[in-house]
Design a protein around this ligand. Structure first.
Ligand code: ADP
Ligand code: ASP
Ligand code: MG
Length: 406
Protein backbone atom coordinates (compact mmCIF):
# COMPACT_ATOMS: atom_id res chain seq x y z
CA UNK A 1 0.00 0.00 0.00
CA UNK A 2 1.06 3.60 -0.60
CA UNK A 3 0.14 5.85 2.29
CA UNK A 4 0.44 9.63 2.64
CA UNK A 5 0.93 11.12 6.09
CA UNK A 6 0.65 14.85 6.72
CA UNK A 7 2.01 16.34 9.93
CA UNK A 8 0.93 19.82 11.02
CA UNK A 9 3.03 22.40 12.84
CA UNK A 10 2.20 21.35 16.39
CA UNK A 11 3.27 17.79 15.58
CA UNK A 12 6.67 19.13 14.51
CA UNK A 13 7.05 21.97 17.01
CA UNK A 14 10.47 20.94 18.41
CA UNK A 15 13.15 18.23 18.29
CA UNK A 16 11.28 15.99 20.74
CA UNK A 17 8.11 16.10 18.63
CA UNK A 18 10.04 15.55 15.39
CA UNK A 19 11.69 12.46 16.91
CA UNK A 20 8.27 11.16 18.04
CA UNK A 21 6.91 11.60 14.51
CA UNK A 22 9.97 9.82 13.10
CA UNK A 23 9.31 6.86 15.45
CA UNK A 24 5.70 6.63 14.26
CA UNK A 25 6.82 6.67 10.63
CA UNK A 26 9.43 3.97 11.33
CA UNK A 27 6.75 1.75 12.91
CA UNK A 28 4.47 2.23 9.89
CA UNK A 29 7.22 1.63 7.35
CA UNK A 30 8.15 -1.63 9.11
CA UNK A 31 4.70 -2.93 8.12
CA UNK A 32 5.94 -2.85 4.54
CA UNK A 33 3.90 0.09 3.26
CA UNK A 34 5.40 2.82 1.09
CA UNK A 35 5.20 6.19 2.79
CA UNK A 36 5.21 9.75 1.53
CA UNK A 37 5.19 12.38 4.26
CA UNK A 38 3.99 15.98 3.83
CA UNK A 39 5.04 18.49 6.49
CA UNK A 40 4.05 21.97 7.69
CA UNK A 41 6.42 24.51 9.23
CA UNK A 42 7.04 24.12 12.98
CA UNK A 43 4.09 25.66 14.85
CA UNK A 44 4.25 29.43 15.13
CA UNK A 45 7.00 29.81 12.55
CA UNK A 46 4.81 31.03 9.68
CA UNK A 47 3.36 33.74 11.96
CA UNK A 48 6.82 34.72 13.23
CA UNK A 49 8.15 35.06 9.69
CA UNK A 50 5.19 37.23 8.67
CA UNK A 51 5.73 39.45 11.72
CA UNK A 52 9.40 39.86 10.91
CA UNK A 53 8.60 40.85 7.32
CA UNK A 54 6.18 43.51 8.56
CA UNK A 55 8.80 44.86 11.00
CA UNK A 56 11.13 45.35 8.07
CA UNK A 57 8.71 46.64 5.46
CA UNK A 58 5.25 48.27 5.61
CA UNK A 59 3.84 46.57 2.51
CA UNK A 60 5.97 43.50 1.82
CA UNK A 61 5.96 42.23 -1.76
CA UNK A 62 3.96 39.02 -2.05
CA UNK A 63 6.73 37.34 -4.05
CA UNK A 64 9.31 37.94 -1.31
CA UNK A 65 6.84 36.89 1.38
CA UNK A 66 6.32 33.54 -0.37
CA UNK A 67 10.07 33.11 -0.87
CA UNK A 68 10.43 33.59 2.89
CA UNK A 69 7.47 31.46 4.02
CA UNK A 70 8.56 28.38 2.09
CA UNK A 71 11.63 28.13 4.34
CA UNK A 72 9.49 27.00 7.31
CA UNK A 73 8.30 23.86 5.54
CA UNK A 74 11.82 23.20 4.20
CA UNK A 75 13.17 23.27 7.74
CA UNK A 76 10.59 20.71 8.90
CA UNK A 77 11.20 18.46 5.89
CA UNK A 78 14.97 18.33 6.31
CA UNK A 79 14.82 17.92 10.11
CA UNK A 80 12.29 15.08 9.84
CA UNK A 81 14.40 13.41 7.19
CA UNK A 82 17.45 13.66 9.47
CA UNK A 83 15.46 12.28 12.41
CA UNK A 84 14.40 9.31 10.26
CA UNK A 85 17.93 8.65 9.04
CA UNK A 86 19.13 8.79 12.65
CA UNK A 87 16.88 5.86 13.61
CA UNK A 88 17.83 3.81 10.58
CA UNK A 89 15.05 4.77 8.15
CA UNK A 90 16.25 5.65 4.67
CA UNK A 91 14.60 9.02 3.97
CA UNK A 92 14.93 11.88 1.50
CA UNK A 93 13.32 15.32 1.57
CA UNK A 94 12.16 17.44 -1.36
CA UNK A 95 10.91 20.97 -1.67
CA UNK A 96 8.35 21.90 -4.32
CA UNK A 97 11.02 23.00 -6.80
CA UNK A 98 12.76 19.62 -6.68
CA UNK A 99 9.59 17.74 -7.60
CA UNK A 100 8.22 20.39 -9.94
CA UNK A 101 5.07 21.05 -7.96
CA UNK A 102 3.45 23.56 -10.30
CA UNK A 103 0.92 26.14 -9.18
CA UNK A 104 -0.89 29.13 -10.62
CA UNK A 105 0.99 32.43 -10.46
CA UNK A 106 -0.82 34.13 -7.55
CA UNK A 107 1.55 34.56 -4.63
CA UNK A 108 -0.07 33.88 -1.26
CA UNK A 109 -3.06 31.99 -2.61
CA UNK A 110 -1.77 29.84 -5.47
CA UNK A 111 -3.69 26.78 -6.66
CA UNK A 112 -1.90 23.49 -7.33
CA UNK A 113 -1.86 22.49 -10.99
CA UNK A 114 0.53 19.58 -11.48
CA UNK A 115 3.01 17.48 -9.55
CA UNK A 116 5.70 15.51 -11.39
CA UNK A 117 5.61 12.17 -9.63
CA UNK A 118 8.57 10.41 -11.34
CA UNK A 119 11.24 11.53 -8.85
CA UNK A 120 8.99 10.55 -5.93
CA UNK A 121 8.35 7.09 -7.44
CA UNK A 122 12.07 6.60 -8.14
CA UNK A 123 12.83 7.15 -4.45
CA UNK A 124 9.90 5.02 -3.28
CA UNK A 125 11.19 2.20 -5.52
CA UNK A 126 14.49 2.45 -3.59
CA UNK A 127 12.39 1.86 -0.45
CA UNK A 128 12.98 5.38 0.82
CA UNK A 129 10.51 7.38 2.86
CA UNK A 130 9.94 10.58 0.87
CA UNK A 131 9.37 13.77 2.88
CA UNK A 132 7.79 16.69 1.00
CA UNK A 133 7.24 20.33 1.93
CA UNK A 134 3.56 21.25 2.24
CA UNK A 135 1.93 24.63 1.52
CA UNK A 136 4.17 25.58 -1.39
CA UNK A 137 4.71 25.24 -5.11
CA UNK A 138 6.41 26.96 -8.00
CA UNK A 139 4.77 29.09 -10.64
CA UNK A 140 5.50 29.50 -14.34
CA UNK A 141 8.45 31.81 -13.52
CA UNK A 142 9.91 29.10 -11.26
CA UNK A 143 9.26 31.36 -8.26
CA UNK A 144 8.03 29.89 -5.00
CA UNK A 145 4.35 30.39 -4.26
CA UNK A 146 2.25 29.46 -1.22
CA UNK A 147 -1.27 28.02 -1.15
CA UNK A 148 -2.83 30.12 1.63
CA UNK A 149 -2.77 29.57 5.40
CA UNK A 150 -3.27 25.96 6.42
CA UNK A 151 -2.47 24.83 2.87
CA UNK A 152 -0.29 21.81 3.74
CA UNK A 153 -3.43 19.68 4.04
CA UNK A 154 -4.16 20.50 0.40
CA UNK A 155 -0.62 19.52 -0.64
CA UNK A 156 -1.08 16.15 1.09
CA UNK A 157 -4.36 15.42 -0.69
CA UNK A 158 -2.96 16.59 -4.05
CA UNK A 159 0.02 14.27 -3.64
CA UNK A 160 -2.39 11.48 -2.71
CA UNK A 161 -4.29 12.13 -5.94
CA UNK A 162 -1.16 12.28 -8.14
CA UNK A 163 0.40 9.13 -6.66
CA UNK A 164 -2.93 7.31 -6.55
CA UNK A 165 -2.34 6.61 -2.85
CA UNK A 166 -4.37 4.04 -0.90
CA UNK A 167 -4.85 6.33 2.09
CA UNK A 168 -4.21 9.93 3.12
CA UNK A 169 -3.78 10.41 6.86
CA UNK A 170 -3.77 13.93 8.31
CA UNK A 171 -2.02 14.00 11.70
CA UNK A 172 -2.79 16.96 13.93
CA UNK A 173 -3.02 17.87 17.62
CA UNK A 174 -6.60 16.65 18.32
CA UNK A 175 -8.40 13.31 17.79
CA UNK A 176 -9.98 14.34 14.48
CA UNK A 177 -13.08 16.45 13.83
CA UNK A 178 -15.18 17.36 16.86
CA UNK A 179 -18.67 18.83 17.14
CA UNK A 180 -16.96 22.18 17.87
CA UNK A 181 -13.41 23.44 18.33
CA UNK A 182 -12.28 21.55 21.47
CA UNK A 183 -10.28 24.64 22.48
CA UNK A 184 -13.54 26.58 22.86
CA UNK A 185 -15.97 23.88 23.93
CA UNK A 186 -14.72 21.47 26.55
CA UNK A 187 -17.61 19.03 25.92
CA UNK A 188 -17.00 18.88 22.16
CA UNK A 189 -17.60 15.33 20.94
CA UNK A 190 -15.22 13.53 18.60
CA UNK A 191 -16.90 12.64 15.28
CA UNK A 192 -15.88 9.22 13.85
CA UNK A 193 -17.23 9.76 10.33
CA UNK A 194 -18.10 12.71 8.08
CA UNK A 195 -19.02 12.81 4.43
CA UNK A 196 -16.86 15.00 2.22
CA UNK A 197 -19.59 17.62 1.96
CA UNK A 198 -20.15 17.73 5.72
CA UNK A 199 -16.42 18.12 6.40
CA UNK A 200 -16.14 20.71 3.63
CA UNK A 201 -18.98 22.76 5.13
CA UNK A 202 -17.39 22.64 8.60
CA UNK A 203 -13.96 23.60 7.20
CA UNK A 204 -15.32 26.38 4.96
CA UNK A 205 -17.21 27.87 7.90
CA UNK A 206 -14.07 28.07 10.01
CA UNK A 207 -13.23 24.64 11.51
CA UNK A 208 -9.54 25.08 10.91
CA UNK A 209 -8.64 21.45 11.56
CA UNK A 210 -8.64 21.00 7.76
CA UNK A 211 -7.87 23.44 4.96
CA UNK A 212 -11.23 23.60 3.14
CA UNK A 213 -9.58 23.18 -0.28
CA UNK A 214 -8.04 19.87 0.83
CA UNK A 215 -11.50 18.47 1.55
CA UNK A 216 -12.86 19.83 -1.75
CA UNK A 217 -9.99 18.11 -3.59
CA UNK A 218 -10.57 14.81 -1.77
CA UNK A 219 -14.27 15.04 -2.65
CA UNK A 220 -13.51 15.75 -6.32
CA UNK A 221 -11.27 12.70 -6.63
CA UNK A 222 -13.22 10.43 -4.24
CA UNK A 223 -10.33 10.05 -1.81
CA UNK A 224 -10.94 9.00 1.78
CA UNK A 225 -9.11 10.94 4.47
CA UNK A 226 -8.27 9.88 8.00
CA UNK A 227 -7.80 12.86 10.34
CA UNK A 228 -6.09 11.81 13.56
CA UNK A 229 -3.91 12.77 16.48
CA UNK A 230 -0.12 12.57 16.14
CA UNK A 231 0.15 12.34 19.94
CA UNK A 232 -1.73 9.02 20.30
CA UNK A 233 -3.03 5.99 18.38
CA UNK A 234 -6.73 6.80 18.75
CA UNK A 235 -9.01 6.33 15.79
CA UNK A 236 -9.71 9.74 14.31
CA UNK A 237 -12.30 10.92 11.80
CA UNK A 238 -12.76 9.22 8.46
CA UNK A 239 -13.93 11.58 5.73
CA UNK A 240 -15.52 9.66 2.90
CA UNK A 241 -18.63 9.09 0.83
CA UNK A 242 -22.00 10.26 2.09
CA UNK A 243 -24.08 7.67 3.91
CA UNK A 244 -27.46 7.45 2.26
CA UNK A 245 -30.22 9.61 3.74
CA UNK A 246 -28.38 10.32 6.94
CA UNK A 247 -29.90 13.45 8.45
CA UNK A 248 -28.04 14.80 11.43
CA UNK A 249 -26.17 17.81 12.74
CA UNK A 250 -22.39 17.64 12.55
CA UNK A 251 -21.21 20.52 14.65
CA UNK A 252 -20.84 24.21 15.36
CA UNK A 253 -18.14 26.05 13.42
CA UNK A 254 -16.94 29.60 13.95
CA UNK A 255 -14.81 32.10 12.14
CA UNK A 256 -13.53 35.48 13.31
CA UNK A 257 -12.07 36.80 10.07
CA UNK A 258 -15.15 38.68 8.95
CA UNK A 259 -16.40 42.20 8.34
CA UNK A 260 -19.95 43.42 8.06
CA UNK A 261 -20.32 46.23 5.52
CA UNK A 262 -23.26 48.65 5.36
CA UNK A 263 -23.56 50.98 2.37
CA UNK A 264 -26.23 53.62 2.97
CA UNK A 265 -27.93 56.37 0.99
CA UNK A 266 -31.16 57.99 -0.22
CA UNK A 267 -32.60 56.94 -3.59
CA UNK A 268 -29.59 54.86 -4.60
CA UNK A 269 -30.13 53.99 -8.24
CA UNK A 270 -29.85 50.46 -9.63
CA UNK A 271 -27.08 51.76 -11.92
CA UNK A 272 -25.00 52.86 -8.91
CA UNK A 273 -25.49 49.53 -7.16
CA UNK A 274 -24.58 47.73 -10.38
CA UNK A 275 -21.36 49.77 -10.70
CA UNK A 276 -20.38 49.07 -7.09
CA UNK A 277 -20.78 45.31 -7.48
CA UNK A 278 -18.92 45.28 -10.81
CA UNK A 279 -16.02 47.15 -9.19
CA UNK A 280 -16.10 44.74 -6.22
CA UNK A 281 -15.84 41.87 -8.68
CA UNK A 282 -12.96 43.56 -10.58
CA UNK A 283 -11.10 44.11 -7.30
CA UNK A 284 -11.38 40.39 -6.54
CA UNK A 285 -13.38 40.98 -3.37
CA UNK A 286 -15.48 37.96 -2.44
CA UNK A 287 -18.78 38.61 -0.73
CA UNK A 288 -20.47 35.82 1.15
CA UNK A 289 -23.85 37.37 1.89
CA UNK A 290 -25.82 40.36 0.60
CA UNK A 291 -29.05 41.94 1.75
CA UNK A 292 -30.80 45.17 0.74
CA UNK A 293 -33.47 47.06 2.63
CA UNK A 294 -35.30 50.33 2.05
CA UNK A 295 -37.77 52.33 4.09
CA UNK A 296 -40.83 54.33 3.04
CA UNK A 297 -38.63 57.40 2.30
CA UNK A 298 -36.47 55.29 0.00
CA UNK A 299 -33.54 55.35 2.41
CA UNK A 300 -31.58 52.27 1.41
CA UNK A 301 -29.04 50.05 3.07
CA UNK A 302 -26.99 47.38 1.32
CA UNK A 303 -25.36 45.01 3.79
CA UNK A 304 -22.77 42.40 2.99
CA UNK A 305 -20.44 40.06 4.77
CA UNK A 306 -16.79 39.78 3.80
CA UNK A 307 -14.64 36.88 4.85
CA UNK A 308 -10.84 36.68 5.12
CA UNK A 309 -8.32 39.41 5.83
CA UNK A 310 -7.45 39.87 2.13
CA UNK A 311 -11.07 40.63 1.15
CA UNK A 312 -11.44 43.05 4.03
CA UNK A 313 -8.17 44.88 3.22
CA UNK A 314 -9.21 45.25 -0.42
CA UNK A 315 -12.60 46.64 0.55
CA UNK A 316 -11.12 49.13 3.03
CA UNK A 317 -8.97 50.53 0.18
CA UNK A 318 -12.02 50.72 -2.11
CA UNK A 319 -14.25 52.48 0.47
CA UNK A 320 -12.79 55.96 -0.16
CA UNK A 321 -13.25 55.55 -3.90
CA UNK A 322 -17.03 55.02 -3.39
CA UNK A 323 -17.41 57.88 -0.92
CA UNK A 324 -15.33 60.35 -2.92
CA UNK A 325 -17.31 59.65 -6.08
CA UNK A 326 -19.71 62.64 -6.14
CA UNK A 327 -21.79 61.09 -8.93
CA UNK A 328 -23.38 58.49 -6.72
CA UNK A 329 -26.03 58.63 -4.02
CA UNK A 330 -24.04 56.94 -1.28
CA UNK A 331 -23.99 58.89 2.04
CA UNK A 332 -22.04 56.58 4.28
CA UNK A 333 -20.24 53.27 4.46
CA UNK A 334 -19.76 51.39 7.73
CA UNK A 335 -17.16 48.66 8.07
CA UNK A 336 -17.57 46.61 11.22
CA UNK A 337 -14.71 44.18 11.77
CA UNK A 338 -15.74 43.28 15.31
CA UNK A 339 -18.00 40.51 14.10
CA UNK A 340 -17.82 36.72 13.90
CA UNK A 341 -19.79 34.03 12.14
CA UNK A 342 -21.15 31.11 14.16
CA UNK A 343 -22.65 28.26 12.14
CA UNK A 344 -24.66 25.16 12.93
CA UNK A 345 -23.70 22.54 10.33
CA UNK A 346 -25.40 19.38 9.10
CA UNK A 347 -28.20 18.19 6.80
CA UNK A 348 -30.61 18.37 9.73
CA UNK A 349 -30.62 22.19 9.54
CA UNK A 350 -33.24 21.67 6.85
CA UNK A 351 -35.64 20.20 9.39
CA UNK A 352 -38.01 22.84 10.61
CA UNK A 353 -37.35 24.66 13.80
CA UNK A 354 -33.55 24.70 13.84
CA UNK A 355 -33.36 28.42 13.12
CA UNK A 356 -36.09 29.15 15.69
CA UNK A 357 -34.00 27.35 18.29
CA UNK A 358 -30.83 29.21 17.28
CA UNK A 359 -32.70 32.53 17.55
CA UNK A 360 -34.21 31.63 20.91
CA UNK A 361 -30.91 30.42 22.40
CA UNK A 362 -28.81 33.37 21.26
CA UNK A 363 -31.24 36.19 21.90
CA UNK A 364 -32.34 34.87 25.30
CA UNK A 365 -28.66 35.02 26.23
CA UNK A 366 -28.44 38.67 25.10
CA UNK A 367 -26.54 37.86 21.91
CA UNK A 368 -27.67 40.01 18.98
CA UNK A 369 -27.89 38.31 15.58
CA UNK A 370 -26.63 40.89 13.08
CA UNK A 371 -27.13 38.84 9.91
CA UNK A 372 -28.19 35.32 8.98
CA UNK A 373 -27.27 33.18 6.02
CA UNK A 374 -28.29 29.65 5.16
CA UNK A 375 -27.19 26.86 2.85
CA UNK A 376 -28.47 23.30 2.41
CA UNK A 377 -26.03 22.24 5.07
CA UNK A 378 -25.73 25.14 7.51
CA UNK A 379 -27.29 28.12 9.24
CA UNK A 380 -24.82 30.91 10.04
CA UNK A 381 -25.43 33.81 12.40
CA UNK A 382 -23.21 36.88 12.42
CA UNK A 383 -22.70 38.09 15.98
CA UNK A 384 -20.43 40.59 17.74
CA UNK A 385 -16.88 39.26 18.01
CA UNK A 386 -17.07 39.60 21.79
CA UNK A 387 -20.05 37.20 21.81
CA UNK A 388 -18.48 34.56 19.54
CA UNK A 389 -17.15 32.17 22.17
CA UNK A 390 -20.34 32.30 24.22
CA UNK A 391 -22.48 31.78 21.11
CA UNK A 392 -20.50 28.66 20.10
CA UNK A 393 -20.82 27.24 23.60
CA UNK A 394 -24.55 27.97 23.87
CA UNK A 395 -25.36 26.45 20.46
CA UNK A 396 -23.18 23.42 21.15
CA UNK A 397 -24.95 22.87 24.45
CA UNK A 398 -28.36 23.18 22.80
CA UNK A 399 -27.75 20.88 19.84
CA UNK A 400 -25.15 18.41 21.12
CA UNK A 401 -25.23 18.24 24.90
CA UNK A 402 -28.89 18.03 25.85
CA UNK A 403 -31.25 15.05 25.81
CA UNK A 404 -33.42 16.54 23.05
CA UNK A 405 -30.46 17.39 20.79
CA UNK A 406 -31.11 16.46 17.17
P1 ADP B 1 -2.11 21.53 12.20
O1 ADP B 1 -0.97 22.35 12.69
O2 ADP B 1 -1.98 20.08 12.57
O3 ADP B 1 -2.46 21.74 10.75
P2 ADP B 1 -4.33 23.24 12.94
O4 ADP B 1 -4.03 24.16 14.10
O5 ADP B 1 -4.32 23.82 11.59
O6 ADP B 1 -3.35 21.99 13.08
O7 ADP B 1 -5.75 22.52 13.18
C1 ADP B 1 -6.00 21.84 14.38
C2 ADP B 1 -6.84 22.71 15.30
O8 ADP B 1 -8.13 22.93 14.69
C3 ADP B 1 -7.19 22.11 16.62
O9 ADP B 1 -6.15 22.31 17.57
C4 ADP B 1 -8.48 22.81 17.01
O10 ADP B 1 -8.27 23.85 17.93
C5 ADP B 1 -8.97 23.42 15.71
N1 ADP B 1 -10.37 23.11 15.38
C6 ADP B 1 -11.30 24.03 14.98
N2 ADP B 1 -12.48 23.46 14.80
C7 ADP B 1 -12.34 22.13 15.08
C8 ADP B 1 -13.23 21.02 15.07
N3 ADP B 1 -14.50 21.14 14.71
N4 ADP B 1 -12.73 19.81 15.41
C9 ADP B 1 -11.43 19.67 15.76
N5 ADP B 1 -10.54 20.70 15.80
C10 ADP B 1 -10.98 21.91 15.46
N1 ASP C 1 2.73 26.70 7.67
C1 ASP C 1 1.55 27.13 6.98
C2 ASP C 1 0.61 27.90 7.90
O1 ASP C 1 0.93 28.07 9.06
C3 ASP C 1 0.83 26.00 6.28
C4 ASP C 1 0.17 24.96 7.17
O2 ASP C 1 0.36 24.95 8.39
O3 ASP C 1 -0.55 24.13 6.63
O4 ASP C 1 -0.41 28.37 7.45
MG1 MG D 1 -3.63 23.15 9.71
Amino acid sequence: MLIIHKYGGTSLADSTRIKEVAKRIKKESQKGDDLVIVVSAPSGMTNQLLEQASEICTTPSLREVDMMLTTGEQLSASLLSLALQDIGVDAISFNSFQINMKTTNTYGSAKLREIKSDRIFTEIAKKKVVVITGFQGINEHNDFTTLGRGGSDTTAVAIGVCLNADMVEIFTDVDGFHTADPRLVKNAIQVPYLSHSEALEMASLGAKIMHDRSVALAMKYGINLHVRNSYNDNKGTIIGEAKMEEIKLNGVAHSNKNALINIMGQNISSATIGKIFTRIKDLNINISNISKTQDADNYQQISMLLESDENIERFIKYKDEIIQNKDNEINAIEINQDVAKVSVVGFAVRTSGVFAQIWQELTSNNIDILMVSTSDLSISSVVKLADMEKAVQILHKKFFETANSI
